[in-house]
Design a binder for this molecule. Structure first.
Ligand SMILES: Nc1nc2c(ncn2[C@@H]2O[C@H](COP(=O)(O)OP(=O)(O)OP(=O)(O)O)[C@@H](O)[C@H]2O)c(=O)[nH]1
Ligand SMILES: [Mg+2]
Length: 539
């Protein structure tokens, strides 16, 4: 059938919408400045007028429900947040991730929903442990990385030194896009190596978008007048060196994940944000094809598909709702659409999807591939679930990791045991922690990657479900999902090890072991059974 004019026009809008979208995560070690940068990007794009607005909104929200107590007390992010904003005709979906390793599962899952990442470095510290780990996860996915070297308003390390460190420790080619002039109290701005012009920091209000002063060319005397003879000469020398030593930006090398464009700036002083945002608009990839178990899904396909990569309950205490964060992979999504949910075999009516704007949620009338939408639901959507126009599709790559720490959890008041069970299951579905029920004794065991997760969990169970809890140590320290080609092998293993078997919130069986020795012994005795430390969420 020849396409009609109408369907061709529709194709154009889909293709165009896809080409204008940039969906990226901001990643780094704790405290490098991700949340500050997020806020300044919103400020620069005009999505907010005053920095502090995102935090203020957070504060207002936190004041109502203190489940972000850990966040407030320690000044760290514990959960990824999504922000959608427009800038010069492009739609950006930004995901600010937590840097703390105890919350890294949330970050790993977030990385499955983006097409590229911005890696933030603290210029005084360079590549830190968690940045490196997150980078490795990106590399496994061949994800293009844009680097932002932050905190130039402080006395930091030599920029050449920092570039060397990125290149050496990450085996990544570095292509500086801007070059800083001075640092700390003598930080004056940066030279744009692509547009060949000097951009000067304007002293002014840190909370507003800074007005930048621009001096074109490297040879003009104007530069000497603007920053002084000494710094001007030094800049000319350094720019020459950079051009000799570093490869130029190359789109293909960037998209393959081999070369990173590097920007210098100060999120706190709102400097270097414009160059970064323009760079993302120009070079960061538009929504990429997504891998499903059955096939690869191209963003330009008409039927709508998407997958759930995050669940967050009780975002709005007034509504006690659960929001499934869905990354759209293909097609034009609209409010009221009916989507097939392969895991349950049911069709869902999506009548109140939301978009996450800087200061508010808004009903999503329409959304496109690459967009992140929120679907309020009562627990029928889970992490890893696919949605489609009818195809029984399963997207791959959203992982679950075996926990590092296990504790038994009990309610302070035994009469609240049932409530505790409900709370634990809901929070497990959200991915706040893993929750296991032992076959013998029906104990609740929670598993986490780091102890801070216990704090968040206890806080949320207490404030959102009104069940004060305590954690007790258990004799078990390792949990592994068990699987076999022949279901009977699993059933047989479960029967023989009844006392050491638990089930996760999806009902999948796990083997709990006191230590490595017992795990190895069990594995030797059951050669047909696989003991898995990660598990695909897609079911
Ligand atoms: N001097 C200076 N301080 C900055 C800059 N950017 C951020 N900071 C400060 O660094 C601290 C951490 O900033 P955040 O933006 O919360 O860091 P984060 O990376 O989001 O931290 P996590 O979410 O916990 O991983 C805060 O005190 C910021 O004010 C900067 O450019 N210069
Ligand atoms: Mg943060």
């Amino acid at each position: 059938m020849r396409p009609t004019i109408d369907s061709r026009a529709a194709m154009n809008t889909l293709a165009e919408a896809v080409s204008r979208r940039r969906t990226f995560a901001i990643i780094s070690h704790p405290d490098a400045g991700k949340t500050t940068l997020t806020e300044k990007l919103l400020l620069y794009a005009g999505a907010i007028q005053l920095a502090g607005a995102v935090k203020a909104r957070g504060e207002a929200r936190r004041a109502r429900s203190d489940w972000m107590k850990v966040e407030r007390e320690r000044g760290i992010s514990v959960s990824a947040s999504v922000m959608t904003f427009e800038h010069e005709g492009n739609t950006f979906n930004l995901l600010d991730t937590p840097g703390h390793e105890d919350f890294s599962e949330d970050t790993y899952r977030t990385l499955t929903a983006v097409d590229s990442a911005v890696m933030v470095l603290d210029a005084a510290k360079g590549i830190e442990a968690q940045t490196r780990k997150l980078f490795e996860v990106c590399r496994l996915r061949d994800m293009p990385i844009t680097s932002f070297i932050n905190k130039l308003d402080r006395d930091v390390r030599d920029p050449f030194d920092l570039l060397d460190e990125i290149a050496d420790t990450l085996q990544l080619e570095v292509a500086p896009m801007t070059w800083p002039v001075g640092m700390g109290s003598s930080f004056q701005g940066s030279y744009d190596l692509i547009l060949d012009r000097l951009v000067l920091v304007a002293p002014g209000d840190r909370q507003r978008r800074a007005t930048e002063r621009i001096v074109p060319g490297l040879d003009s005397m104007e530069i000497d007048q603007a920053i002084g003879d000494g710094p001007a000469d030094r800049l000319r020398e350094e720019v020459e060196m950079v051009r000799e030593l570093c490869p130029p930006f190359d789109a293909a090398a960037f998209l393959a994940g081999n070369r990173t464009p590097v920007y210098f700036g100060s999120a706190l002083r709102s400097f270097g944000i414009g160059a970064l945002l323009d760079g993302l608009a120009r070079h960061a990839p538009a929504p990429r094809p997504q891998q499903a178990a059955e096939r690869t899904v191209a963003p330009g396909e008409d039927p709508v598909t998407g997958f759930v990569f995050k669940i967050q309950a009780n975002m709005d205490p007034k509504h006690r709702d659960r929001i499934a964060f869905v990354r759209l992979c293909s097609g034009r999504f609209h409010r009221g659409i009916r989507l097939f949910h392969p895991r349950s075999g049911r069709t869902l009516n999506i009548h109140n999807p939301v978009l996450f704007l800087a200061q508010d949620r808004e009903l999503a009338e329409e959304a496109w591939p690459g967009d992140i939408i929120g679907i309020p639901n009562h627990g029928n959507l889970r992490i890893g679930d696919a949605l489609s126009a009818g195809e029984p599709i399963r997207f791959v790559g959203v992982p679950s990791f075996a926990p590092e720490l296990l504790r038994r959890v009990r309610p302070e008041d035994p009469l609240r045991a049932k409530h505790l069970g409900r709370a634990l299951l809901q929070l497990a579905e959200e991915g706040v922690a893993q929750v296991f029920r032992t076959r013998e004794g029906n104990d609740w065991i929670v598993g986490v990657a780091g102890t801070l997760q216990f704090d968040v969990l206890a806080d949320r169970i207490r404030t959102e479900y009104e069940v004060p809890v305590r954690f007790e140590s258990t004799a078990m320290s390792l949990a592994r999902w068990i699987e076999a080609d022949d279901e009977r092998a699993v059933r047989d293993f479960v029967r023989r090890n009844e006392a050491k078997i638990a089930h996760d919130h999806n009902g999948a069986p796990l083997f709990l072991a006191a230590n490595r020795y017992w795990l190895d012994r069990a594995a030797e005795n059951a050669p047909n059974v696989r003991f898995l430390s990660t598990r695909e969420q897609a079911v």
